[in-house]
Structure formats: C-alpha cells, structure tokens
Design a protein around this ligand. Structure first.
Ligand code: UD1
Length: 443
C-alpha cells in the first residue's frame, strides 16, 4: 500500500525549552570522568521489558531526556514504570491498556519504533506511528516493517500509522536485511523471542548494545544467540520472565570525552569505559598521534605533551560496527581540525550528518563541505570563540568540544538537544575544569 500523506500533517510537538551553553575555552581538561550507561542500550532494554508481564529492573541507566521519553511512552500505554533512584528503572508490563504508540511519542523520539516488535509479538497487534523526521536526514523504517512481515505479521500503513497484527502468533522465519540496520536487527530479535519456531537474522548488526540486549533477553529466558558475527538466531518461547540488568557503558560518550581531552591538551581518566568498544576511534587516535592507554574498565589519555602541529591528518569513513560509528563522526571531526594537513571525511551511513560542519566553521575550523556525505578538514586550525547553533544531539556535543578547545568565549544555542543523549554533560565538563554553564534562552 502506498504511504499516504498523514492526516496529522499539521501536528507540532511542543518544543523543548530552548537553552544555550556559555563556554570559556582554552583550558586543558584534567581529572577523572565516569561514563554513564548507554542511551542506545537503555532504550531497547525498556522496550524489551514489555515482552513479559513480570517486573524487570534496570541499573546504570543514563539520566537523559530520551530515556525519560521512552519511560513516559510506556506509562501512556498503561505499563507501570518506576524510577526509584538515580539510574534505576523498574518496569512492570502486566497490564497494557493501549496497544497504540501515538505520533506524539514518535515525534519526540524515533527510537519509539522499537516498541513495534515486542508489542506485536506479545499482544498480537499494535498501532504505531511512523517516526517523524529527525534532523539527521531521511529515517525510513521499511526494513523493520519487512522484518515483521517475514515473521508472519500483517501490516498496513494508513494515515501516518502502521496497523500491525499477528494472526495467532508470529512465526519464526528468515529475516534477511538488504543492508545492516541496528534497530531493525533489534526489532526483529525482540519479536522473534515470542514467535513460534526458529528465526535467523542476517546480516545482523554487530553493535555492542545489541549484545547487551541479547544478554538481558537470555536472563528473561529467551533463546537468543549470536551464532556468527553477522548472524543472530532465536528459538521462540511461549513466555518470558522478569529479569534484572545493568546497561553497558555509553561508547559514544566515551569517544566524546576522549576527543575533549585530546583537543584541549588535557589529561583524562575515563572510568566505566573500554577501548574494545571504541576500537575504531582508538585506532584513529593512533594514526593521528594522540596517546591512549587502555585498562580493563578504564581508558587514560594524556595530551599534555602535544604541541600545535604534532597531530597528523587522517581520512575517516563511518561504517556499521566494528567500523567507526556515525555517532562518533562529529567529535572525530573536531579532533581533525587540530591535525596537520587535510583529512577527508566520508559519512557513509546517514545523509545530513555533514551539514553541522558549517557551524564548526564559525569557530574557525577550515572545512570544505563537498556534498551530503563528504567533507575535507584542513588543519591545524586555531579555533576561536563564536556563536553557533546545535541542530542535533551528536553535532551539539561536538560544538561543545570545539568551544572548549577554542580561545575565548562561545555561546552555543540549542543546548537542550544535547540532554537527549548525554547525562549531565555540563557538570561533567565542569568537574574536569571546564568553564561551561547552561541557561535558558531569553524569551
Ligand atoms: C541506530 C542508533 C543511532 C546510530 C545508528 C547507526 C539507536 C536508538 N540509534 O539508529 O544512534 O546513529 O544506529 O549506528 O540505537 N535504514 C533504512 N530503512 C530502515 C532502517 C534503516 O533505509 O528501515 C537505513 C538508514 O536510513 C541508515 C542505515 O539504514 O542509512 C542504518 O540505519 P540504522 O542502523 O537502522 O540506524 P538506527 O537503528 O535507526
């Protein structure tokens, strides 16, 4: 069925209260920072909890806007979500009153679409909004929908909503993706845990957050296994039980702080962080010439001995894991502004994740934006304070990094975008000696 123009075309979600960061740059960051739980694991863990009527408990959950939005979305469905302490969520999905994920949830956060698989599989039906446009390009969900159909679901698209049903129960099957998709893999896997029979998902995305989700599902009694690096197999069960789990550390936050230490000429210890999860970035640090020491659950970075011109340019390309994460591309670009020579950037996953570089230029970076996927960064550039605007989460954190490295004061608008995915980012930077404050934009 052709996708019709949604009837809620005029719908405008309430915008978050606009905030700005004021940053006085040029101070080397020093000290220890504790990396929070992973956003991209936490959201899926909350969704997975709807696969059972029993209580699930999560720890090390990041205190961020996206997690709050997911908790609220579940609450609106009739799920009981408690937040008894910092980083702790408890979810009990015994009663689900509404098998309906409204546009309001999808417009706030595209990841609400991860509820398709578990709700459809457990309750046999769900109506879920097509996620609205993100500011990082076209974000289709066709692969999720195709995966559900491969498991026997009947799905129609009407007026901006997917109406999905599984007559009887979903049936295990072959889910073959034409390209690697992280949430598509997760949605298929979540759905398959309660389907009848055996499911093979290939190529399955290899992001560590997926393996964290697998670990939780197994505690729930699901029979899920990564049987090859790009293959996940599931034997469906009739029901799953409640379980406890601690979300893995956020590797994107890890990468963001590593770059912060490097570009400010600082010395940092990152706790609750592992090099193996940011292997592609650590390899780039090696090529560029930033010393990093890997512990078992910590990473140390010492850039205090580096002088202007010491770092070497290097070409980067984003790719599915274990390649360089597209979410790490913006921070890495900030690092490359300080490297001698020309670095070529190829953003291979999303359209429009290059666009933000025009804001980075306002702080003195010398960058040629070639097209929606390519740019060249010429360094080393002497960054200076400026006024710039954040358009999305990852670009936002990266503008902070540039402002921390720059001489003078910066005013960065759109700070609220950053709180979608980074816990207390301003406080964490303050603890490392940065001069950064957040305030409401004047009305
Ligand atoms: C997840 C992450 C996001 C990260 C991205 C890539 C979460 C909540 N988000 O997003 O932070 O940047 O992985 O690492 O975990 N695609 C389609 N049709 C689909 C689905 C995807 O064409 O149905 C395309 C996308 O437009 C993109 C590519 O596939 O070009 C990969 O996207 P995908 O891996 O699905 O990203 P997400 O899971 O949405």
């Amino acid at each position: 069925m052709a996708d019709a123009r949604p009837f809620h075309w005029e719908y405008h979600p309430e915008p978050p209260r606009p905030e700005a960061f004021r940053i006085e740059g040029g101070r080397p960051l020093r000290g220890t920072v504790h990396v929070s739980g992973a956003k991209n694991a936490a959201l899926k863990l909350l969704a997975a909890a709807t696969l059972t009527g029993e209580r699930c408990r999560f720890e090390n959950m990041p205190e961020i806007e996206d997690v709050r939005v997911m908790a609220e979305t579940l609450t609106d469905l009739g799920v009981v979500v408690d937040h008894p302490g910092d980083g702790v969520y408890e979810v009990a999905s015994g009663d689900v009153d509404w098998l309906f994920v409204p546009l309001e949830a999808a417009a706030k956060m595209r990841a609400s679409f991860i509820l398709l698989g578990p709700l459809l599989s457990r309750f046999g039906r769900v109506i879920i909004s097509n996620p609205g446009g993100d500011r990082i390009g076209r974000r289709p969900v066709n692969l999720h929908v195709d995966a559900m159909r491969a498991l026997g679901a009947e799905i129609q698209y009407r007026n901006g909503y997917y109406f999905a049903q599984a007559p009887g129960r979903l049936r295990g099957g072959e889910v073959t993706f034409p390209q690697v998709t992280v949430m598509g893999t997760e949605n298929a896997m979540l759905a398959a845990t309660l389907a009848e029979g055996h499911t093979v998902i290939r190529p399955a995305a290899q992001e560590p957050e997926i393996d964290d989700l697998i670990a939780f599902l197994r505690k729930m009694g699901a029979e899920v296994e990564r049987t090859a690096p790009d293959t996940i197999e599931v034997h469906g069960r009739k029901r799953l039980r409640g379980a406890d789990h601690a979300a893995m550390p956020d590797r994107i936050e890890t990468g963001t702080f590593l770059v912060a230490g490097a570009v400010t000429g600082g010395r940092l210890t990152l706790e609750n962080a592992a090099c193996e999860q940011v292997g592609a970035l650590v390899e780039i640090f090696g090529r560029v010439g930033v010393p990093v020491a890997c512990g078992t659950t910590s990473i140390e970075l010492d850039a205090t001995g580096l002088r202007t011109g010491d770092l070497r340019a290097c070409d980067i390309e984003t790719a599915p894991y274990p390649g360089l994460a597209t979410d790490i591309q913006p921070p890495t670009c900030v690092l490359l502004t300080q490297a001698s020579g020309t670095s070529r950037v190829h953003e291979a996953i999303f359209e429009d994740r290059i666009e933000w570089l025009s804001e980075l230029r306002k702080l003195g970076a010398r960058i040629d934006i070639e097209d929606a996927h390519h740019a060249s960064i010429h360094g080393p550039a002497r960054l200076h304070g400026a006024e710039a605007s954040i358009g999305d989460l990852r670009a936002g954190a990266s503008l902070i990094l540039a402002a921390l490295a720059a001489d003078g004061a910066s005013l960065i608008h759109g700070a609220h975008h950053v709180h979608r995915g980074y816990e207390n980012i301003d406080r964490k930077f303050q603890q490392l000696g940065a001069s950064i404050t957040r305030s409401a934009e004047p009305a």
